[in-house]
Design a protein around this ligand. Sequence first.
Ligand code: NAD
Length: 483
Amino acid sequence: MSINQLYTNARAAFNNWSVLTVQERLAYLAKLRLVIIDQLDYLANTISEATGKVEVEAITTELLTVLDSITFLEKHAVASLAKQKVKTPIMFFGKKSYIYYQPRGVVLVISPWNFPFQLSLIPALNAVISGNSVIIKPSEVTPQVGIVMEEILSQAGFPEHVIQIAHGDYRVGQELVAGKPDFIFFTGSVAIGKKIQMEAAKHLIPTILELGGKDSMIVFPDAHLERAVNGALWGAFTNAGQVCMSVERLFVHQSIYPHFVDLLVNRAKQLTDDLGKMTSHRQCEIVQEQVMDALAKGGKMLTGQPPSQWDFSKVPFISPIILTEIKPEMRIWREETFGPVLPIIPFQSAEQAVELTNQLEFGLSASVWTKDLALAERIAGQLVVGNVMINDVITSVANPYLPFGGAKASGLGRYHGIEGLRVFTNQVSVMADSGYKKREVNWYPYQGKYPYFKELIRSYYADKKDLLGLLKAFNGLFMGDGS
Ligand code: NAD
C-alpha cells in the first residue's frame, strides 16, 4: 500500500475513532488483552524466532509488559483523559478553569528490532486510547513480528485502519516521516533519532525520541555482593545485551574489586541455557569491532572467545564477555555496544563514579547498589539520566506507572504513566466565564483601579492575609463600575 494511501486511511479512521468515548475505545483493548493471552505460545515463539531471544525473555519482556500496559490503560485512561479542573487565581474570581485532552490526529510509531513487539504496541496503544489513529513502522530486521501484530490487532477487532502496520525498511520510515504525521514516536539509535528530529522540525511535528544508552551500574562495598553479581550478569547479558538499558559499564568500588571480579567470572562461566542469540549479523560485527578495539588497546578478556575466532555465519551467537583494564580511549568506554559484553571499571569515590557516568553523551538510565538507601538516593539525584534503579537493573521500564525516557542524547520526552498517555494529546486549556458581566476588572477603563489592585496584592499575597484589606480591594474592584 502506498504511503499516501496509509495516511488517507489513517485520517478517515481518525474521524470515526476520535469521537468514541475512552470507555468505548478500551473495549477493543480488553479484546486485545484476551487475544494475547490466548495466543501466548504462538506469540512468544514467533518473537523468539525473529529476535533470537529465549522464550522466557519473549514472554516476560515483550508480552507481560504489553499486558501490564493494557491493564494500566484499562484502570487509568478514563480518569486521565477526562476534563481536569484546575484552580483559578483570585483576580479571575468567578471563572472556571479546566483542561481538555484532545487527540492529535495520526501518530507515527517507528520501532527497533530489539523489543519489536512491546516497543511498537505500548506507544501505539497509548496513542489509540487517546483517540488517535496510528501507523506503526516496525523494524525490517524482525518483519515476522510486524506480521503477528497485524494478526492480533485484526483478531481484537479494531475498526479498519485505526492501527495500520507499514512493513518495510528505512525508506518506508523516511517516506512516512515526510508524509507529515501529527506526532512521531521514535525508538531507535541516536543517529536516526537526530535525522528524524531534523525532518520533523521542518514542519514542527512534535516528537518523542527514545534513543540509545550506555548505562552505568555502580556497586558500593556494602552492597549484597551475590545479588550485585547476579544483577550485573543479567543486566549485561539478557537479550544478549541488546537492551537500551543494558549494563554497559560496571563500576565496582576498588576495595571489593578483585573479589567481585572473581565472583562475576565464576558465575558467568555457569551461564549456558539462559543465553539468547544476537538478532542480526550486523550487530555481531559492531560488537566484534568494539571488543577487538578494546583488546588492541590493552583490555583483558576474562570470559568468552577471542573475537578473531568468532564465527556467526551460521548462528549469530556471542558467548558472554567480561572485560577489564578498560580505558577512556577505547570505543567500548563511550559507544553503545548492544551485545553481551560487560566492561568492569574500578572506582575510588562516589563522586568519581557519578563523574564517569555523567561524562558521556548518553543519559538513559543507571543503577546504584548499596544497602545505604540514603546514599543511593543522593547518587540517584546526581546522575543525569532518565531512570535510576536502586539494587536492581533494567526493570523500571516495565513498570507502566513510571514515566520512561532518556536525558541528553538518550532521548526527548517521556512515555508510560499518566504523563506518557497524555503526551499523545493536544492539551487544551480553557478558562470559562458565565458571560453575564458587562466587563472584567482587568479590562478598560483602568481609572481609579490602581489603589485597589495594590490593596489586593498587599492583603492577599503577603505571608499573612489581611481579610479587611482584601474586602476593601474586592469591593472597589468587583462591586464598582468595573464589574
Ligand atoms: P535504528 O535507529 O537503526 O532503526 C530504528 C527504526 O527506524 C527502524 O524501524 C528503521 O527502519 C527506522 N529508520 C531507519 N532510518 C530511518 C529514517 N531515516 N527515517 C525513518 N525511519 C528510519 O535502530 P535499531 O538498530 O533498530 O535499534 C537499536 C537502537 O534502538 C539502539 O540504539 C537502542 O539503544 C535503541 N533503543 C532505545 C530504546 C529506548 O527506549 N530508549 C529502546 C530500545 C532500543
